[in-house]
Design a protein around this ligand. Sequence first.
Ligand code: F6R
Length: 637
Amino acid sequence: MNFDLIKHAAAGQFEDTRFEKIHNVVFKDSLKASKIVAHEIAALIKEKSSQKKNCILGLATGSSPIDVYEELVRMHKEEGLSFKNVITFNLDEYYPMGKENTQSYWYFMHEHLFNHIDIIPENINIPNGTIHPEDVKQFCIDYDMKIKEAGGLDFQLLGIGRTGHIGFNEPGSHYNSGTRNITLDHITRVDAAPAFLGIDNVPRVAITMGISTIRKAKRIVLLAWGLNKAAVVKEAIEGDITSEIPSSYLQNHNNCTFVLDEGASQELIRVKTPWLVKPCKWDEELTLKAAVWLSNLKQKSILKLTDTDYNNNGMSNLLVENKSAYNLNIILFNKLQHTITGWPGGKPNADDTNRPERKDPARKRVIVFSPHPGDDVISMGGTIDRLVEQGHDVHIAYQTSGNIAVSDVEAIKFAEVVLELNQGNPAATSLIKSLNSKKEYEIDTLEVRNLKSVIRRKESIAATRYLGLPDENVHFLNLPFYETGTPTKNKLGDEDLKIMQAFISKIKPHQIYASEDLASPHSTHKVCLNSLFDSLKKLKEESFMKDCRVWLYRGAWYEWNIHEIVMTVPMSPDQILKKRQAIFYHQSQKDGALFQGDDSREFWMRAEDRNRETAEKYNALGLADYAALEAFRRYDF
Ligand code: F6R
C-alpha cells in the first residue's frame, strides 16, 4: 500500500481539481484511508523521535477518527510504535462534562487510544469539562499557551460537522479565534442526540480549540466519511471562505488535506459532474448519469435532448461515440424503462431478456435483511407486498434487536399493562422499579433491554402478519455486536458472521435484499451491511449462492440516484396506503422516535415522499407517471 497521501493524490487526481481550493483525496473505503492517515502520523512520530524531539499531535474525537486510532494502536502493539515522545492536545470537550461520563471526550480518547499505547499520561491534554465557570477563560488562554510552549502542533487531525465546524468552531467563529467556550449549533446537537439518547441530554456548550489555534498546525488532515457530509465538504472545498462554514478557513492553510470516502466526495464538481471538468471515459452508468443531469438542467425528457444540449454541456465526445442524440436518447430511455418491473421476483413464463430479475425459478426463496425492525417496511414495504402476493417464499431477517431505540416511557407502558393484568407480577414489578429508578445516562438492565426487544419484535410481527407473511418466516437474528445497551456498538465479530452465514445457508435464497447506507462507517446499517458482504465472501463458492442475486435498498434518509437504479418497483395508491399501515405497526418508532435525526417527518412520511419523488423523477425523464417507486441497486459479489 502507498502510505503517502500526497503521492496517492498525484497518482490520479491533481489534474481535475480546478474548482477545488483544498487538496483532497478520495478513497473507495474509509478503512483503507484511515490506515494511510495513521501511517502518516506514525511516520511523523518516528521522524521526530529519530531527531530526539517531541511530536505534538492535535487530536479529534467522533466517529471519523476511530479507525485511525485503531490502526495506531495496532502499530503500537504489533510493530512497536512508541508514543513516548508524543504530546497530545485534543480539540474539544463538552461543558460541563465529567471525565467518567461515557459521553465525555476524555472517556472516548482513553477508550480508543490512550489506554492502549505507551503515551506518558502527563503528555495528554484534553480541555477540562469540570472546571469552575469562572476559571474557563483562563483555562483556555493557558491551553493555547501550553500548545505554543510545546512548540506548536506538528499535526492536527480533524473531522467536520454538518454545520461545517472543525473542533466545535460553529458557524460564526472568527478566523482569529483562540481556545474558548462556545454554544453548540442545533444541528450539532441533533447529530449528537443518539449518543446521548435524546437531544434534551446533549450539552449546550463546549470548550474548543479556536480556528487560529488549529490553523497554526504545521500539517492538517481532515477526515470525512459518508453521504451526510457530502454537502458541507463541497462548501468547504469549493465555496467561498466564510465564517458560516468555518472549515472553509482551511483554504488558507498551506499544508492541509481532506481525506474523503466516496460518499463524502459525492457533491464535488469533479465527482458529481466530471464531464464539466475533463474529457470522460464513458461507461453505461456515467452516460446515464450525465443524461439525467442534462435532462434536469434543460427541463426536458430524455427523448427531447438534442445534439446541441449534449455539445454545450461537456458531452461532445459522448455524442461522437454514439453518433447522434437521437441514438443515444433511445438507448438511455430503454435502459430506464427496463428498470421498471411489477415483478420484483421475476415474471414467470415471460421473456426476461430485458427484465431486472430472471423468471426462473418461478417461486423464489427470498431473504429481506432489515438492520433494525422496521427498515424492511419503511424501505421496501411495497416490494415485500408484491413478493408475497406473487407467491415467493419470503423471509424477513431483523439483524439487530433495535432495543436501544425504545423510550423508557414506552417500556413502562407495556410493563404496566402486564402488571395490571397480573397484579403483583414479579417481572413487571421489577421492570417498572428499574425503569423508574434509572439515572441519566445509565445503561438499561438486561431485563429492561429484553422488554424493549420484545416490544420491537411484537411490532414487527404485527407488520409482517399484515403483509401476509407466516410467523415462521420472520427471524430475529439479534446480532451480538449491537447488544451493548448503549448507542456505541461493538465491532463486527465472528459470532455475528456465524449467525449470518448459518441463516443464509439454511434458507439458500435466490434473492437477498439488504440495506445500503452510506451515513458513516460505524453506523448500525453499515455494520449490518458489512456482516452480509463478509458472509457472502465466505459463502460465494456454495452451489446455492451461484443462483442468488443481491439487491440493495436504501434507508429512511437517502435514495439511490436515478442512474444507480437497476430495478424499481411501482406502487399503486392503494399499495402506498398498505405500506403506510405496515409502518404504523412500528408504534414505538412513531412521534419523535429517539433516532429520528434532523428530519422531523415521521418515517412513513419520509418513505412516501421519497417513493413519490423517485416516481416524479422518472416521469420528468419521460417515463410513465406512477404514484410511487421503490428503488434497488444490484450488488455483484
Ligand atoms: C471532535 C470534533 C468535531 C467532530 C465533528 C465530526 O473532536 O471536534 O469537530 O470532528 O463533529 O464528528 P463525526 O466524526 O462524529 O462525524
